[in-house]
Design a protein around this ligand. Sequence first.
Ligand SMILES: NC(=O)C1=CN([C@@H]2O[C@H](COP(=O)(O)OP(=O)(O)OC[C@H]3O[C@@H](n4cnc5c(N)ncnc54)[C@H](O)[C@@H]3O)[C@@H](O)[C@H]2O)C=CC1
Ligand SMILES: N[C@@H](CC=O)C(=O)O
Length: 781
Amino acid sequence: MTNNIHKFGGSSLSSAERYKSVAKIIIGQAQPGDCVVVSAAGKTTDTLVKLWQSYQQHDTQALADIVLQLNNHQSDLITQLLQGDLKRSALTTLNEELSLVAKLASTEQLQEAALLAHGELWSARLLAAYLQQLNVAACMQDARGLFTLSDGQLLHSQNTQQCSELISQHKINVVTGFIAANTQGDTVTLGRNGSDYSATLLASYCNAKQVYIWTDTQGIFSTDPRKVNKAIKYAKVCRAQANLLARLGNPVLHAKTLSPLKNTDIKLAVRSSFDVQASSTNVVKEGCVKQKRFITTLENIDLLSVEGLVEGEVTQVSQLIQHSLHHFSSAGETYLIVPAVATHQVVSYFAGRANISESNLHGCALVAPEQDINSLSTQARELLNLHNIEPRFVHQDSGYVLLLTDQLIDSDVLNVLHDKLITKGQEIALIVAGLGNVGDVFVSQLSAQLARLSTDFNIKLVGLARSQKLLFNPSGINVQHWKNQWQLEAVDYSSQDLLTAIGQLDYEHKVVIDITASEQFSQLYPDFVALDCHLISANKYAGTAPTPWYKALQHNIAQRNLYWRYNASVGAGLPINFALADLQNSGDKITRIEGVFSGTLSWLCSMYNGATAFSELLLEAQQMGFTEPDPREDLSGRDMQRKLLILARELGVELDLNDIALAPLMPDELALGSWDDFLANKHKLDTFIEEHARNAKLQNAVLRYTGLLSIGHDSVTAKVGLAYVTPNDALANLTPGDNIFVINSQWYSNNALIIQGPGAGKEVTAAGVHSDLYWLIKNLK
Ligand SMILES: NC(=O)C1=CN([C@@H]2O[C@H](COP(=O)(O)OP(=O)(O)OC[C@H]3O[C@@H](n4cnc5c(N)ncnc54)[C@H](O)[C@@H]3O)[C@@H](O)[C@H]2O)C=CC1
Ligand SMILES: N[C@@H](CC=O)C(=O)O
C-alpha cells in the first residue's frame, strides 16, 4: 500500500551532501510502497532550458559548452555518491544520453520536453541507486509510464491503472517529477513546479494518505520570512487560502498542486528538508481550520483585461507561461494578473481579446478571513498613504484585497503592513508546566495579566501540567476557574501526549512556560522548539545543560525566530538578565560579577545568630517557598553554581557547570540518601554551621554564601562557596532573602553597578515569569 508520497525539489538535491540528507529523510520516513518524487537537481532545468535556446538559435558552441557543463555537474554528483558497478553504470548511461542529445541536436531532431526530462531522470536514477547502495530496497520509476495525457488532458482512470500495476509495493519508488507521456508515447511536461503536481497526482492515483512537499522553506508563512523576520509560520492553512495565495504569486505552492486533492482526504504538508525536526505547515480541508491572515507582494506585473474569458483558458495560459495566474472581474471587466515578462505571450495567446489595462505595476495582496477584509483594505490604504504610496488599482473580492501600486512594496513598508495588519488578531497559546509554589501564583495572577496583554493578541491558556497530570484544552482553559477545571479534568499523561497535543494546536504562536524544577522536562525543550514554541523558564536545567546541547538549542531557537526568556531563573524577579543585556547592547564589557545569588542561602545566613538551629531555619525557608524542591540543591551550592553559569553564558563566556568551583554549605555526607535521611542527620548540618559561625566571629565577620565570575583577558574565574564577610561589606548588609549582584564593567570599573532585592519567593518569582511573558508578547508584535 502506498501511504505517503514525499516530494523533493531541486534545492533539496543541489549537491551530493543534499542527496545524502534526502536519503536520510527517506530512510527515516518512508516505507516500502511509498513514492519519492524528485525534481531536477539544483538549477539543472534552467541549464537544460538554456541548452534548448542555444539549439533553437543554432549556437553550436554554446550548446557544446552546456552539454559539457551538464556532464560535469552530473558526473560530479555520481562520483561523489556512488561506488563500483553502480557508479560505472550511471556514468555510462549519462555519457550515452548526453551523446544522444548532441547527436539529435546536430541532426535537428531534438524535442524540447524530452530534453527537459533529463533533469528529473538523472535525479531519480541517482537517488534510487544511492538508496540501493545503502541497502534500501528502492527502484526508479519513469513517470512517463505512469501518467498519460491525451490532448493535454490527464487520462485519470488509465493512469490509476498504470500506477497500480507499476508502483512496487516492496520497494521505495523514486519517481521522476514534472514529466509524463502523451498517447503516442512522446514526452510531455507538466509545467514549471510540475513535480509538486506529479506528487499530488500520484497521491490521488495511488490513494495515498499523505503528501509531503519537502522544500527549502519551513512551511507557509504569513509573509515572506526573508523580508519580515516576524513572519509567522502557520501550522495549518486551509486549501482555499493556499490556492488563492498560489494564484497571487506565493512561491511555496503552485495552484495546480492542490487540484488533485479536491474531494479527497489526502493530507498535504510543507516541510523543510534542511531542518527535518522543524514542524510543518499542513494544508487541510476547508472548515478544519480557522482562516489566517497573509500578505504577499507582487512585483513587475501587468493587468490585462480579457474579453470573453472561458473556463480552462486560464489553466492553459498558466501552463503556457509556466506560472500560476489569478483572474477576477471588476466593474464588468475580466482581468488577469500577469508577470510582465510573460505579457507578450499571454496577449498573443488571446489573439486580440486581451488588452493591457495597467502596466508596470507592483503592490500587495492581503488574504484574510472574509469578515476582516473591509477593515484591512481601509487600513492598508491608510498605511500605504503614510508612506506616500497611492494604489493605482484596488480590487476587493471574497477573502482578499489587491492593492496595485507604482512603487515597489519594499521590506520596510512590508514590515509595517505586517505589523499593523497581520499581527493583530493572532492567537497565542500558553502552556504552563509546574504548578508548585511559583506556578500556582503565576497562574493565579494570569487572569489580570491577560487582560492587559490582550490588546494586540488573543491569548489563551491551553495547557497546565504537573509531573503526573495534564489539563489540555485547545480552545482555552478558564483562567479564573483553573483549579476547579484541574480537579475535574486533569488526566494522566506522557511527554509524547503533551507534544502531540501541542503539535495539533492551530495557534500563530505557542509559548511553553516551564516553572518546574525538572531536568526531565527541560530535556523536552528541543521538541518544543521543533514545534515552534517560544520558551520561558524559571527552571534552570536547560540553561545549565552541557554546552553542545545548550548551543544546539540556542541555534535552533534563533533559526526559527523564536524567543527563550529565563530571567526568573537568576535573581527571581530582579531584572538582572535585562541589565546585563542592556549593558552589552550599549557596548559595555562586563568584567566581574560578585554577589549572593541564592535567596535561601541569603535568608539562612542573615537569619542565623545561633539562637535557632540552622536546620530549623532551613525548614522555615522551605515553608516560605524559597528553597528548591530538595533544599540540598541550595545547600550544596549547586543552585547558585547554576545561576552563575546562566550569567556567564549570558555574557558569552563558554563554561560548563563543573568549570565553576563549588564548596558546599553542608557536610558532603548529607548530600547522599533521601530527604528523610537528611532530616535524620540534620544535627550534622548544625554542627558544620556552628563551627563556621565561630570562625567567622573570631575574624569579626559574618557568614555569606557568595559567587564570583571574573572575566580576564585570557582567563575566567568562576566559583561559589562560603565566605566570611566583614560587617562593612555590601554583602554583609542584606535584608534576609535578598540577592545582590555587584557588577563591574568598563564603564562601572571603580564604582560598581549594584542590583539588589528579594531573590526568591513565590510572588517575586512569578512576577519575574510574568515580566518575561510581557517582554515576549511585546516583542512578537
Ligand atoms: N521558589 C523560588 O523562589 C524560585 C524558584 N525558581 C525556579 O522555579 C521552579 C519552580 O520552583 P517551585 O515552584 O518553588 O518548585 P515546586 O517544587 O514547588 O514546584 C514544581 C512543580 O513542577 C511540577 N513538575 C515536576 N516535574 C514535572 C514535569 N516533568 N512536568 C511537569 N511538571 C513537573 C511539580 O509537579 C510541581 O508542581 C524551579 O525550577 C525553581 O528553581 C526560580 C527562582 C526563584
Ligand atoms: N532556591 C532558589 C530559588 C530561586 O532560584 C533560591 O533560594 O534562590
